[in-house]
Ligand binder design. Structure first.
Ligand code: 13P
Length: 369
């Protein structure tokens, strides 16, 4: 549990204990005890819920949010019932109900001043063109074996080469580690020698696909036009894209990095429907940091991640608050915690360090510090 959550949980427990003692000494009316209990219960629920939230999907997330609000309200009902019982007149009842709501809101505000960042936390490994199939399966097994020691709030994804997908998916069966592909074809099917379609990937049990990686833009000439078609194929087959953006060194040095990522997002992500956007993850990978050992500083990452979120917000409004934006580029166990501590950095897309199970998992622990 994070320090902040521990403090909140301790405060909630302490409040409850104090209220119980005061009640036993006859210094607190029963409705007061109920009120404190409602606030404490809500706090505990939120502290616990924060960890659970990141593991939930779709409808389950919506139910979680519903109970997030409903539970504290339910918990406050006995207080209201008790007090209303003693207030026969309608104006007295209204006053009591309003006061109860206000006191409860104030207690929540004090304990829980700002809603937590509820975005999904993701650590995804892009294995690129590394490992032979047997080595890849071994790596996947080691990741699964070590996974339990890490925080359950982190979603781990591995993206092996196409040739390993079957074996890796088999090796990870029964674990909560998900699998993605590193690319998919822009076409549905047909005479496209050497290509692998989104339907083929999905049929194996993959949930994710990396699209627009700088290596594919640079070496295979992928343009926004191709990427629009690949995104459409991914969604048509129920795959969730991890869409990569990022500037090269020349663009960074010329101060054009903000414009570069803006264009990469506007030309592709802006074409998505709200439903498709809700299933998209963005990865910011500055080309000058990929495989170079040169990481963007945490402040540089935050600056551009916040910029990306503001571009997304322009088109998709508040839905942009839920989009995970991952950082990629020489991310390793030693710098993950500092990067992940930033408000808009929701995880990492890891290259070299994903090839060692220990390092990959240690990066996930960056969220616990
Ligand atoms: P490195 O972590 O090796 O720099 O690679 C990052 C990357 O390109 C992930 O997609």
């Amino acid at each position: 549990m994070k320090r902040r959550e521990c403090i909140r949980t301790a405060v909630a427990g302490g409040m409850l204990l104090l209220a119980l003692v005061l009640r036993l000494c006859g210094l607190l009316p029963l409705w007061g005890l109920f009120l404190v209990a409602a606030a404490a219960l809500g706090t505990l629920w939120l502290a616990l819920g924060y960890r659970v939230w990141h593991r939930l999907r779709g409808k389950a997330q919506q139910w979680f949010l519903f109970w997030n609000y409903a539970l504290p309200v339910l918990a406050a009902l006995p207080t209201l019932a008790l007090v209303l019982d003693r207030a026969p007149r309608i104006d007295e009842r209204l006053l009591v109900a309003t006061l109860t709501g206000a006191v409860l809101a104030a207690i929540y505000y004090l304990i829980y001043p700002k809603p937590k960042n509820m975005r999904k936390k993701i650590v995804a490994g892009n294995w690129k063109m590394n490992t032979l199939p047997t080595e890849g399966i071994e790596l996947a097994r080691n990741v699964a074996a070590g996974r339990n020691e890490g925080c359950s709030c982190v979603n781990f994804i591995v993206c092996p080469p196409f040739t390993h997908l079957c074996g890796v998916i088999d090796a990870l069966r029964g674990s909560d580690i998900e699998v993605g592909a590193q690319n998919c074809a822009a076409e549905e099917k047909g005479a496209y020698t050497g290509e692998v379609s989104a339907a083929m990937i999905a049929a194996l049990g993959c949930r994710y696909v990396i699209l627009g990686h700088s290596e594919r833009r640079q070496y295979y000439g992928e343009t926004s036009e191709t990427l629009n078609r690949k995104m459409a194929q991914a969604f048509a087959n129920d795959l969730q894209p991890i869409y990569c953006v990022g500037e090269n060194l020349e663009e960074r040095e010329a101060g054009r990095h903000f414009d570069v990522v803006k264009r990469q997002i506007e030309e592709v992500v802006y074409n998505l429907t709200p439903e498709q956007f809700a299933r998209t993850t963005i990865a910011y990978e500055p080309v000058w940091a990929i495989g170079t050992g040169k990481t963007a500083t945490a402040d540089q990452a935050q600056e551009i991640h916040a910029h990306i979120r503001s571009i997304l917000r322009k088109q998709f409004r508040e839905a942009a608050e839920q989009t995970p934006i991952l950082y990629g580029g020489s991310c390793k166990p030693s710098n993950a915690a500092e990067l992940f501590a930033k408000e808009d950095v929701d995880g990492g897309l890891i290259g070299g360090a994903a090839l060692k199970a220990e390092d990959f998992l240690a990066i996930g622990k960056g969220f616990e510090k």
